[in-house]
Design a protein around this ligand. Structure first.
Ligand SMILES: *Cc1c(COP(=O)(O)O)cnc(C)c1O
Length: 339
């Protein structure tokens, strides 16, 4: 039995999802003639209460499109120092949009409205880049699946309004946050100018992301997606997986969260573990004692067919997901106790 906790992207389509894909009605989406993609986009926009939505091949492309549509070359954006848009998208903000990143020194990937207000103060000056955009990440990836406080996000929105800044949400794992904090998609749709959602993470679809926003922003996004080479043809087979995921795989995220917490408790009870970071959703970040080499620990567990990753600086990460079962959890617990 292979236990793969490397990421929640490792899931394979379920039988139900595959059946939905096989039965999808498709057409050429470049001509807006794929009924399943149209259905997905309408469904997502309705869920979030936004005017429009656009299907993307990846979360990176959805984020990069959002950055491009809110900015001009030479502008800058604000994000946390751990943000995916800065750290894990290949320098795309600079490459695709000519945008620099003003990094805010937050906690677990989250900054405060006060920190943003301070960073955005200074007004317009011919010497400085124009500040155009704020990017939020919920849940935070490098921050170990931490969830933002919605009240803080409202304050951040006010600062954006005061400073004429657009507000983008990298919501790759937003559904994890919604389920964990009992929040609704519409709350987020109201607050943010654009939102990207990954269907290929906790929701278990093989491919796909969605960008949400106004009709005029999504018209710009359509043009940028074309420019980035992301226009697809009969991708309704993938949209069918996404619709299935939205209908069947949202509420069950609580299972992933419960299992992540159980892993955390087990790790805390192991003498060779130094610390476990707070677990709010499906990501477990922990450190082994200084006397143990963390790479060796990862390799020894790999030999037992238990896979997870080192994120550098002694940080280890396990991510629970749709294909991580109760049986696998029991096996993992017993192997950790034996170690
Ligand atoms: C996974 C992820 C993305 C998008 O990644 P893709 O692999 O391009 O789909 C964006 N932001 C965060 C926080 C992520 O975890």
């Amino acid at each position: 039995m292979k236990i793969n906790l490397i990421s929640d992207t490792v899931t394979k389509p379920t039988k139900g999802m595959l059946a939905a894909m096989m039965n999808a009605e498709v057409g050429d989406d470049v001509f807006k003639a794929d009924p399943t993609i149209n259905q997905l986009q309408e469904k997502a926009a309705q869920m979030f209460g936004t005017e429009d939505a656009l299907f993307f091949p990846s979360g990176t492309m959805a984020n990069q499109t959002a950055i491009k549509l809110h900015t001009q070359p030479g502008d800058k954006m604000f994000c946390d120092k751990w943000a995916h848009v800065f750290n894990f998208e290949g320098g795309g903000a600079a490459f695709n949009s000519g945008v620099s990143s003003h990094l805010i020194d937050g906690e677990r990937g989250m900054f405060t409205a006060e920190q943003l207000a301070y960073a955005a103060s200074g007004g317009i000056d011919i010497h400085s880049p124009y500040s155009r955009l704020v990017c939020i990440e919920n849940t935070t990836n490098k921050g170990g699946g931490a969830c933002w406080d919605f009240e803080e996000l409202k304050k951040i929105k006010q600062i954006c309004l005061d400073n004429e800044l657009a507000l983008h949400l990298d919501g790759a794992r937003l559904f994890n946050a919604l389920v964990a904090k009992n929040e609704t998609p519409k709350q987020y749709g109201e607050l943010f100018d654009t939102i990207s959602i990954c269907l290929s993470k906790g929701l278990g679809a093989p491919v796909g992301s969605i960008l949400l926003g106004t009709k005029s922003d999504m018209a710009k996004a359509l043009r940028i997606r074309k420019l980035f080479g992301g226009a697809m043809r009969q991708a309704g087979y993938l949209a069918a997986a996404a619709i299935y995921a939205l209908d069947n795989h949202v509420e069950r995220l609580t299972e992933d969260h419960r299992r992540a917490k159980t892993i955390g408790k087990t790790l805390e009870s192991c003498s060779f573990i130094k610390t476990v970071e707070p677990i709010e959703t499906n990501i477990v970040i922990f450190y082994v004692n200084d006397s143990i080499d963390e790479i060796e620990f990862v390799n020894k567990m790999t030999q037992k067919n238990i896979h997870f990753i080192s994120m550098g600086d002694g940080k280890l990460r396990m991510v629970t997901h749709l294909d991580f079962t109760e049986e696998m959890l029991d096996k993992l617990i017993s192997e950790l106790h034996k170690f």
